[in-house]
Structures are given as C-alpha cells and as structure tokens.
Design a protein around this ligand. Sequence first.
Ligand SMILES: CC(C)(COP(=O)(O)OP(=O)(O)OC[C@H]1O[C@@H](n2cnc3c(N)ncnc32)[C@H](O)[C@@H]1OP(=O)(O)O)[C@@H](O)C(=O)NCCC(=O)NCCS
Length: 330
Amino acid sequence: MASDSVQVIQYLVDTRPLWPKATKTKDLENEAARALALLTDEEKTKVLRYYFVADAKMSLTSHLLKHWVVARYANVPWWDTKLTRDDKTKPVYVDPTTGKQPVAFNVSHQAGLVALVAVAGYSTTKENGETGKGEEVNIGTDIVCTSERRTRDHRVIDTEGWGKFVDMHADVFGRGEARYLKGDLLSTQPGLPSLARGDEITDFKLRCFYTLWCLREAYVKMTGDALLAPWLRDLEFRRFRAPVGGLEFGQVREEEEGREGEVVMDQEVWFRGERVVDARIVMRSLGEDYMTCTAVRTPVRKEDALGWKVGPFEFLEMETVLGDAEARLG
Ligand SMILES: CC(C)(COP(=O)(O)OP(=O)(O)OC[C@H]1O[C@@H](n2cnc3c(N)ncnc32)[C@H](O)[C@@H]1OP(=O)(O)O)[C@@H](O)C(=O)NCCC(=O)NCCS
C-alpha cells in the first residue's frame, strides 16, 4: 500500500534580480544578510568563497531551498533541518528519530536559476503494517541553458568540428549516444527547418546535445551516483527529442493546446542493451533557452512514481522563502 498524500514539489528561483546592489561576492554579507543568517556557518563560508557573485547567489539560494523544503514539508524546526550526504554523496535530510527521509529532494543551478524538486508524504506500507525504510523515493533534477556557453560552443564546433565537440564530452554519454549524436542526429530529430543553414543547424544540434545532457544528469542525480556512476557509459537514452522552445518564460501544463511540444516524456531508457522503465522522466522547456528535467522513481513500488504528475515548475519568490523560514526559527 502506498500513502495517498504524496506531494511532488517543483520550484524555480530566479536569482538574477536578487540583491542587485551586490556586485562582488563580499557585498552579499550586507546585501543578503537576512538570507545568510538562515544558513549554518559552514554553508555561509562556502557561499562567500565563490569568485563570481552570480555563483554565490545561486549557492546561497540552493542552501536555503534545501533547508526550506525540509522545514516546510516535513514540519521540522529551521535549525533542526540538518543536511547530510548519503553514502553516494547526495545531499539528504534524515530524520534522527526514524532514520528515514521524510522529504526526498534535489537541486540544480544554472545561468541564474535554481531548481528544487522534492517528494513529501510518500511511504510504502507492507502487508504486516511495517512501513518501508530507507530509499523509498529517489528524485533528481537538472537545469540547462543552451545559450550560456553558446559563443564558446560555436567557436569549438566551427574550428574543431561537431564530431570533436561530441568526443570531448563522450565520457559522460552512453556509448550509443555519442555515436548517435555524431551520426543520425539531423536525419532523425524533428523540428529542423528545411532551409536551416550554418549557425541555425549548430544551434539545433546543441539543443539536442543539451537535452541529452539534461536527461542524463537528472537520471544520475536521481540515483545519487551522479557523474561518478561506474555504469555511466552503459546508460542510454533513445528516442529522446528536444522540447520546443517556449514563447514565455514559464512552463506549460501538458494539456495546454498547441504547446504540447514543450513537454517531452516518452524518451526511452536503456541499460546494458535492455529497456528499463523504472522512473518517471519529464523534460520541459522554459522560455527559449532553458530546459529542465526531473526524474523520480519509487524502487519498492515502481508503479507509484510512474503514475505521478511531474511538473510544471513554478516560480517561487525569495521573499516567500525568507518569510516562511523566519516563521519557523522557533
Ligand atoms: C555533482 C553533480 C551532480 C553536479 O551536477 P552539475 O550539473 O554540475 O550541477 P547541478 O547544479 O545540476 O547540481 C548541483 C547540485 O547537485 C546536488 N548533488 C551533489 N552531489 C549529488 C549526488 N551525488 N547526487 C545527486 N545530487 C547531488 C547538490 O545539491 C548540488 O547543489 P548544491 O551544491 O548547491 O547543494 C555532477 O556534476 C557530478 O557528478 N560531478 C562530478 C562528480 C563530482 O564532482 N562529485 C562531487 C560530489 S560531492
């Protein structure tokens, strides 16, 4: 039996307009004093160590969101939301009395945006009434921005060639994937305008490349192995396609007419040559350049997560997080 009060949580915080007077990381000590006061000393030190203020802002927001999701959805007093890492180094919160994770979460940050995904209120109950222990739900997310490295990517592709570009990243792709990116990509991927030339073709290839990247990162972050997974090259996504760029800077619900292409969830996962259907994986565009992927699974009862509605992400205001956190300081 599975609990019926499951919440799948997906939020984005746009850090770009936050703390506008902070032009150097050190400025955050004053400008973001209210937010920093909610972190542990160790977390504060890590945030203030970033060279670029944009990275420090994302790290600060990421730390805040991890504490916030535990405080808010597991009702844990703010200073008891102690974050640790599991045996695969994935950040987690473990309830010290039960040894369980009441909220499974994951974060990702890229080009000013911080994504938070979480599942709260899920547990499996065996016939004898015993509730499941440990890793009942695994969740991972990744956010990519195709334009962030566009100039650099184009330069490398123009000078070295597309094949070389793919090869430079081949160690994080499955064996068949690297071959596919270099081979049949253009003839099999939908959406390339028939008159596309030069830069337009490169942008199209890059969007497919980052789609695959995003799918893989979300999956390996779900498992907790991240890029250190010894089986990384045995994992393969097939029949994936890039979500169509969104006209607005927000995500659509699947049922929104005419915008279905902005959500893709029928890609296939193959492992050592066998198809696996063990996770709900949803890829979405966010505006023209960003894409998000969320992967979630419930290993004890696979069908639970496979039936969950995942996304869209909603924007969350920093003010809401701060106000909520301060109310939970106890
Ligand atoms: C660690 C890794 C998941 C980061 O991914 P990324 O695409 O560079 O960055 P993202 O913004 O998507 O994700 C970063 C978040 O992943 C989370 N994360 C870290 N280790 C993780 C793991 N093993 N599994 C799942 N999530 C993990 C963290 O919460 C981190 O954010 P935070 O530092 O603000 O808490 C991945 O790049 C990787 O495996 N890198 C190489 C291995 C490595 O350096 N591992 C170090 C682990 S301590």
